[in-house]
Design a protein around this ligand. Sequence first.
Ligand code: PRX
Length: 628
Amino acid sequence: MNLRVDSKDTYDQFSKECLSNNFDFWMKRSRLFSWFKEPETVLTGEFSKGNIKWFEDGQLNITVNALDRHVKKNPDKIAIHWEPNDPAEPIKTFTYKEVLENVCKFANVLKDHDVKKGDRVCFYMSMVPELLFGVLACARIGAIHSVVFGGFSAKALSERINDCEASVVVTVNEGPRGNKTIPLEEITKEALETCKSVKHTFVLKRTNKKSSSEFKQLNGLLDSAGSECEPEVMNAEDPLFILYTSGSTGKPKGLLHTTAGYMTWAAETYKNVFQANDNDIFWCSADIGWITGHSYIAYGPMLNGSTQVMFEGIPTFPDAGRFWQVIDKYKVTHFYTAPTAIRALQACDERFVDQADLSSLKVLGTVGEPINEEAWHWYHTKIGKELCPIVDTWWQTETGGIMISSMAGITPSIPCQATTPLPGIVPELVDNEGRVIEEQEAEGNLCISIPWPGMARTIYGDHERYLQTYFSTYEGKYFTGDGAKRDLVGNYRITGRVDDVINVSGHRIGTAEVEDAINEHEQIVESAVIGFAHDIKGQGLFAFVIGDESKSDDDLLSSVNLEITKQIGPIAKLDGLVVVPGLPKTRSGKIMRRVLRKVHEGNLDQLGDTSTLLNPEVVEIIIKKMRK
Ligand code: PRX
């Protein structure tokens, strides 16, 4: 019994069943896992107050479910095919038994350095197998992992280490990425100058470069560590990990996920959405530094005993055929990637696709941002040969796993639509006044009206901000920050963020965060950042800045981008800027980014009434400057 959605009828039945008896529905699913103590409760707490507990009295360890139970049944099944950045380097393959041994070794190294249940361990690494082992090692001993994407700057890293008071940091000497190497150890060294909580820092030697710091050398420690480690008994609601994401203020939010609910959601969503079978090969091209890599590399596929590819590289190295070569090499059946990568590869020579045999593919997936028609059709036709359903999966760091998506081959894929909610998810569209829109065909702000197991329980160290951000806009509901359209038969199309968050290449970037970074530039007094439609990245970043008007915009752009790279990392670099004498503001001093967006788009007839602004004259000047 795996309770998988295996037909349109079971989808309808499960969706109904969950609504009419949520308790039984989730209780049955909880029994699919291995527990030290099976839970008797399902859901407690109060959703509308942002206080939710799932399976609260259960005790378990997630790694027993992701590893030990598969090792018992099928120890030699391949868990991971690791594909290095450079295809000339040797690949690595790990069976479930070997992953468990490696996880235990890592866990023992952490224990030997006094890491205990509840301690925070920060990973700042490239996509090496040891990142996966380290994350699962934390889960093995009850430490809380916090993975920081290797593209963040020293300052961003230190902010994240300090926010959760991590006592351990794990990095690599260098992270190969395309034809570059990212000096992760150097960056960590710089970050640690301002981190008081850190007691131990480990560095893994990934390349030949000699380590330049006093950090503990991980390779030797792992080699000599014992390969068995008893799993820590965890309560269902014990924290599993923290993952930082951007919000509408400058300070990143550390979303906290807990053990049993997250496990259930990652496992169930992987199983139902992708419909992978025992012999299938799953490949999610995300980095473990983002939630997609947590739920659909580190946890979802492992909890289901799948075989997967873990990829260290980038789509265009050594050439733009790399994704397709990797699919061919491992005979990947399920491929999950971001629209931005699809658009970038679509723009390359078709020969790169044609040279690879993609006949192993059965299911394609997208995640992270809305996909445009053209990219969807190219993915469907050129990559999937019109044979593979596409699952357009809508979800967020906060939701822990997929929320709205078709289920491969079970419910219909519709171009550019996430389609229908997973069983147990109840989306609602709400208008700006907070009224639930009852009409079936509608557009509004997307909320979720009942709890689901995978939801983040809090923002680490700031429950007030959690309540404020997600539960205060629309009473009694979780507000996603996204807008959506619903059609007559109940399919959802996500239209994008409705708050001050911009989605660049599938990565969430807060306007306030970028503005704070720009304002650190010595020639800039104030700035306003907007998102605009970008052919490859989905959205690009553009800034209106008040500053030194004697400099050309281009000169200023490069030096501002250096500042952003220093403050946040290259992922938040601007695509353009213009120097302006003032920013349009309301009488209460709020910057009218909407007006700036319209000016940038050239939609001057949609500016609205600017006469009520504090400084309406500035809009005319900005329009003139943009025309130049
Ligand atoms: O705006 C939505 C967009 O990505 C946001 C969540 O970003 P993050 O927490 O970084 O997680 C990304 C990976 C799950 C959402 O608020 N988004 C995510 N998936 C889709 C999407 N927009 C449209 N369609 C999607 N399939």
